[in-house]
Design a protein around this ligand. Structure first.
Ligand code: NAD
Length: 250
């Protein structure tokens, strides 16, 4: 791939929606910096991308660690010389209710799902502003707006973090304009490692609530993220797009 090709950082990119997004952006000619926890999933994700012909820089580590993320952004700039796209996708579920959750569990849920977005935006924005262009896409959830359904994999702490992402998206869209666009997607029921147990056990009931008649795939979300990350001309910022097959039409 050309040394002047655009560069996309995808967090939580080892599998699921993140990997599908990295593949979609590689397909559109981007070199990929893949941020995820160190381990077999990251190695497998890199292998999958390389098999598809992508140039990949692994960024192993926890997205909730501010200093580590700053070092990763510097590594990416050092290796590729530019950062065009940031996709804040890494996330964890939190199934505990208010009554059951501990303070540490609450803090961890906010740190991985929400503070990670601050860490990465803060670390890449200076380079994007200096270049006069950049695209940030944050991955929230329909549950930011709906609260967790009784059957949902995640409860209020996750919903709180995902709602915070929407506020951050709208505020940064104004603050970083016109150089950088900041948008978000809200996936609905997407079949990945995060949700496969729940979906397998309730497929008929879940499908019955989705007007488009099926649960989503990682590729359903990736195509929308890739659109927000690359569409030209671009007149979209601060926008939130539900990718849920119409499940939460309101
Ligand atoms: P997934 O569990 O398959 O992928 C999440 C990735 O994030 C994993 O590779 C994981 O290792 C990584 N990750 C987790 N904690 C991390 C950390 N501290 N540092 C670095 N990487 C970390 O899940 P997914 O379904 O692909 O979810 C991707 C995003 O979409 C998440 O933010 C999730 O909340 C959101 N989402 C998913 C659904 C769904 O139905 N699957 C619905 C709404 C929102």
């Amino acid at each position: 791939m050309s040394a002047s090709a655009p560069v996309a950082i995808v967090t939580g990119g080892a599998r699921g929606i993140g990997l599908a997004t990295a593949l979609a952006l590689a397909e559109k000619g981007h070199r990929i910096a893949l941020s995820d926890l160190d381990g077999p999933d990251l190695a497998a994700g890199i292998a999958r991308l390389e098999a598809a012909g992508a140039t990949v820089l692994p960024l192993p580590g926890d997205v909730s660690a501010f200093a580590r993320v700053g070092a990763h952004a510097a590594t990416c700039l050092d290796r590729f010389g530019r950062i065009d796209v940031l996709v804040n996708n890494a996330g964890i579920s939190q199934p505990k209710s208010l009554v059951d959750i501990s303070e540490d569990e609450y803090d961890r849920t906010i740190a991985v799902n929400l503070k990670s977005c601050f860490n990465w935006c803060k670390s890449v924005a200076p380079a994007m502003l200096a270049a006069g262009r950049g695209r940030i896409v944050n991955v929230s959830s329909v549950s930011a707006n709906t609260g967790g359904a009784r059957s949902a994999v995640s409860k209020f702490a996750y919903c709180t973090a995902k709602a915070g992402i929407l506020g951050m998206t709208r505020a940064l869209a104004k603050e970083l304009a016109p150089a950088i666009s900041v948008n978000a997607v809200c996936p609905g029921s997407i079949e990945t490692a995060l949700t496969s147990g729940l979906i397998a056990a309730n497929r008929e009931a879940i499908t019955a609530t989705i007007p488009l008649g099926r649960v989503g795939t990682p590729e359903d979300v990736a195509v929308v993220i890739a659109f927000l990350a690359t569409v030209e001309p671009n007149y979209l910022t601060g926008e939130i797009i539900d990718v849920d097959g119409g499940q939460w039409v309101n």
